[in-house]
Design a protein around this ligand. Structure first.
Ligand SMILES: *Cc1c(COP(=O)(O)O)cnc(C)c1O
Length: 375
């Protein structure tokens, strides 16, 4: 038996540097998928590599109940970086675990069961987070999942208001849906969700696993929309590709979160990598840079692709291009003919999640290549 679950692509990546990766034949690719947004500061950023390797040599691991400098520093950084008052930090190893903790904490803190999630939403693949994920294909054959979840149309504030009541523990929502097709919602909508949850004593969980860390032009999409949730989750690029996730909570959640734990919570090596990643994002002003290059990229895509595509959506460097045919063939042509890696989001959306360090010249190269493959 060899590997299963994933179907592998015909390109074997051997190394990465900044915005490019190189395969075993020496061919260089511009990485506009960043392996699911996992390299916000670029591949193998020297500062992140140094932080992780020097930690690796000193101490590979110590359990989270012993204080450790790298973990303590990361608690402080994340607590500082989170939206105002969302400053209690739980560390875990992935996005789905960050959401799993968020859902458990919200149920415990409210003493309620019901969870409201949104159609097309994606929150991970463990039994709890999966129960709040919309698509049937991810859930088929795995039921029964966690109960008490109701789905409402994303962006429909009346449906949301109707679903939230005094029995609702939490609403879990992405501020811009990623996996579901790069679907945006308005600031008014997210602010109204905030009001409806607060009024009912319901926890608002903002899943920023894909939108966070500067990708949408601010450190958090929550900042773009001036919304402060009760719980914010992050993962993906946090460790520049090393496995780490975090659940940031307000006091009322953290003070009554129940019994939770994880053997690997905030290991020294991943904590050092995450700390260095956050340092680089802040020092290099990557959120602002993502906003600027992202706006340029979206404009160029709209202008040059015009009628050949249906729509360009997104914020900062989280961009979806709704195409007229299936996206799989386009992705293949982009990789094989133009040495550009990107991602799908459903059958008809090409998704771009490049490192936040790309420059206009990279954007130009990608627009030119997409123009050719779409034609
Ligand atoms: C990727 C993703 C997850 C799941 O993260 P994993 O690390 O794969 O478990 C959850 N929510 C969103 C919005 C994501 O993009």
């Amino acid at each position: 038996m060899s590997g299963f679950v994933f179907s592998e692509k015909p390109i074997e990546i051997a190394s990465g540097d900044g915005v490019t990766v190189t395969d075993t034949n020496g061919t260089e690719y511009l990485d506009f998928g960043a392996s699911y947004a996992c390299t916000p500061v670029g591949h193998c950023h020297p500062e992140v590599v140094d932080a992780a390797t020097s930690q690796l040599e000193d101490l590979m691991y110590v359990q989270a109940s012993y204080p450790h400098a790298a973990r303590t520093a990361l608690y402080e950084q994340l607590s500082e970086a989170g939206p105002v008052d969302v400053d209690n930090v739980w560390l875990c190893n992935s996005g789905t675990e960050a959401n799993e903790a968020a859902l458990k904490f919200a149920r415990h803190a409210t003493g309620r069961e019901k969870i409201v999630a949104t159609k097309q939403g994606f929150h991970g693949r463990t039994m709890g987070a999966l129960a709040t994920t919309w698509k049937t294909k991810y859930k088929q054959g795995f039921e029964p999942l966690a109960g008490g979840v109701e789905f409402v149309d994303y962006g429909d504030i009346d449906a949301m208001r109707e679903a939230i009541g005094e029995e609702t523990a939490a609403v879990i929502i992405e501020p811009l849906q990623g996996e579901g097709g790069i679907n945006p919602v308005s600031t008014e909508y997210l602010q109204a969700v905030r009001v409806a949850t607060a009024t009912n004593g319901t926890a608002m969980i903002l899943d920023e696993i894909q939108t966070g860390l500067g990708r949408t032009g601010s450190l958090w999409a929550a900042d773009n929309h001036r919304v402060v949730p009760d719980i914010l989750t992050t993962a993906k690029g946090l460790g520049s590709g090393l496995p780490i996730g975090a659940t940031l909570c307000r006091d009322w959640i953290a003070e009554n979160c129940g019994n939770h734990g994880s053997t690997f919570s905030g290991g020294p090596v991943v904590s050092a990598a995450a700390g260095a990643t956050l340092d680089v994002i802040e020092r290099e002003g990557l959120p602002e840079h993502a906003a600027e290059v992202g706006a340029y990229l979206r404009e160029e895509l709209e202008e040059r692709l015009g009628d050949d595509i249906r729509e360009v959506r997104g914020d900062g460097l989280m961009i979806g291009i709704e195409v007229k045919r299936g996206s799989n063939r386009l992705l293949r042509d982009l990789a094989i003919d133009h040495q550009i890696l990107a991602l799908p989001a459903g059958r008809t959306v090409l998704r771009l999640l490049p490192p936040l360090t790309i420059e206009r010249e990279h954007a130009d190269a990608v627009v030119g290549a997409i123009e050719e493959v779409v034609e």
